[in-house]
Design a protein around this ligand. Structure first.
Ligand SMILES: Nc1ncnc2c1ncn2[C@@H]1O[C@H](COP(=O)(O)OP(=O)(O)O)[C@@H](O)[C@H]1O
Ligand SMILES: [Mg+2]
Length: 248
């Protein structure tokens, strides 16, 4: 599979804590990867390093096979890697259209926004990921949407920004089962469109259902890499996780 991003032997420390120790991971085109591990295992740090929020202390980063110096958030975005942070990054009093185009509005000369065109594109994007309901109006405030639907808007925005890899850190935290299912449907559609997803979830059952393979982190190190075919059920995955924690 064609590589999108590869972290090679990456380490990251915070004031004496080794949050990541010699971690190597590769994310390829068209796959959903579930990142799991106990609290404090380093999942968020790994993701933040991957999206350029943190610069690694050591190790290297390759984008589509080419080494990149001075990795940062701008380089990650330009490389087609987008993060969906909870719903904090959306502006609830603004419309779906506004939130998708934020800062990248289509304009006529003299700066008038081409609203009709934007509405059309926004509707196409939200349909593409499966955010469809006759009740959803692209020009209505995002604040009217449910938690899961807001995640959908954030994912639609990432697609609008030409993301090839969408990174989600616990996107279903605090969501009801019904809302969680919506987010999974969106992720499934993202995968079907040929894009990749890196997904952190605290619920192993959710992660199991949605992922093609799993990376288990423990105290800053990758301790397991498993394809879904190697793990016959979510219970098995849970057991592997439990055995790891018990081993401490
Ligand atoms: N910005 C930070 N400053 C200091 N320590 C941090 C920071 N971010 C994470 N850590 C520490 O690094 C370790 C890994 O944290 P984190 O990546 O958030 O784990 P996870 O997401 O798996 O729960 C923890 O011990 C945490 O306290
Ligand atoms: Mg975390």
């Amino acid at each position: 599979m064609r590589s999108i991003i590869e972290l090679k032997n990456v380490s990251k420390r915070f004031a004496g804590i080794k949050a990541l120790n010699d971690v190597s991971i590769k994310i390829s085109a068209g796959e959903v990867v579930g990142l799991i591990g106990d609290n404090g295992a380093g999942k968020s740090t790994l993701i933040k390093t991957l999206v350029g929020v943190h610069a690694p202390d050591s190790g290297s980063i390759e984008i589509r096979g080419d080494h990149v110096e001075g990795w940062n958030a701008l380089k990650a975005r330009n490389a087609g890697i987008e993060t969906v942070f909870q719903d904090k990054a959306l502006c609830p009093q603004q419309s779906i259209v506004w939130n998708i185009f934020m800062g990248k509005e289509l304009t006529f000369p003299f700066g008038f926004v081409r609203q009709k065109e934007q509405v059309k594109i926004a509707n196409r994007l939200i349909r593409e990921i499966g955010l469809t309901s006759e009740l959803i109006d692209a020009e209505a405030p995002v604040g009217n949407l449910s938690g899961g639907e807001r995640q959908g808007v954030a994912i639609a925005r990432a697609i609008f920004n030409e993301a090839e890899l969408i990174v989600l850190d616990e996107p279903t935290n605090n969501l009801s089962l019904n809302e969680t299912q919506k987010v999974f449907d969106f992720v499934g559609n993202v995968k079907n469109s040929g894009r990749s997803v890196l997904f952190i979830g605290h619920n192993i059952y959710h992660v199991y259902d949605i992922s093609d393979r799993f990376i288990i982190l423990d105290r800053g190190e990758v301790i397991h890499r498993l394809n879904k075919q190697e793990v016959s059920s979510a219970e098995k995955l849970m057991k592997i996780m439990r055995d790891t924690i018990k081993g401490h």
